[in-house]
Design a protein around this ligand. Sequence first.
Ligand code: NAD
Length: 308
Amino acid sequence: MTKVLIATDKPFAAEAVNGIRNVIENAGFELVLLEKYTEKKQLLDAVANADAAIIRSDIFDKEVLDAAKSMKIVVRAGAGYDNVDLDAATANNICVMNTPGQNANAVAELALGMAVYAVRNFYNGTSGTELFGKKLGIHAYGNVGRNVARIAKGFGMEVYAFDPFLSAEAIEKEGVKAVASAEELYSTCQFVSLHIPATAETKNSINYALLSKMPKKALLINTARKEVINEAEIVKLMEERTDFKYVTDIMPANHAEMAEKFAGRYFSTPKKMGAQTAEANTNAGIAAANQIVDFIKNGNERFRVNKK
Ligand code: NAD
């Protein structure tokens, strides 16, 4: 019988495991659980006779993948998959997938929640401002960006987006104004929510030149990655512009300096928590299970991330 292993050092919630079990057993497969393992040997033993695996941040390096003699597919329940050695997976003829989009609503809700928190002066008891009627720029219109747009429209915001990989038509059909450049987005919008991936091109790209284009009482919301921010330059900008606020879900390397210099204008979550909801956790696990069933039964490789 096809054996599907859940290998999670940090386990899924019980509800997610039950949902995964339903999908796997309804497909006629067997579910095997390895949770809170303390030694790599336990993982090496567990993968040895599994046909498929669902993992979270668990490290699937060459040694683990080489030991997985009958493994056909590994699905990372979540978006990032840098914990899996993709080349070793390809060499072992193992398909690796992620589950994009499953945590997008959770991240989007946090982005708008942090925006409310910031415009209400971090709930310090003083009078703040509202989101209604303000311009929000969405920098990258992917899974999270789209959910931010949906929620922001509910707040009555005017929503703009910049995404060079999408046509203006694709963005505008969702009632969002497409702009042609990041510069245009930042100079148009008092609020900007960041949703770009960290790539060679985007690293350090949110810099002084770009941020200084933002209108008065600007707010930058970052639920993307800290690497995309030029940390030294945001300090310089916030020193010069006392109307500029920054809220982030990815604690910068210079957090202590930011917190001290910009008290009342800067906030970071203590630990990345955008995707930390029961729903996102369950959604990603169940999506992983469905992708495994569809791959084994129908050969569907839609969310494959490694080369064949
Ligand atoms: P996604 O892949 O669905 O969307 C990314 C979008 O970025 C795509 O539409 C792509 O066209 C666009 N893009 C790529 N390069 C760009 C560029 N140079 N300029 C503008 N747009 C560009 O990803 P997603 O699920 O929406 O995630 C977005 C970001 O959020 C990622 O950085 C991800 O790491 C981060 N994230 C954070 C959390 C959290 O817990 N805070 C959770 C999930 C994802």
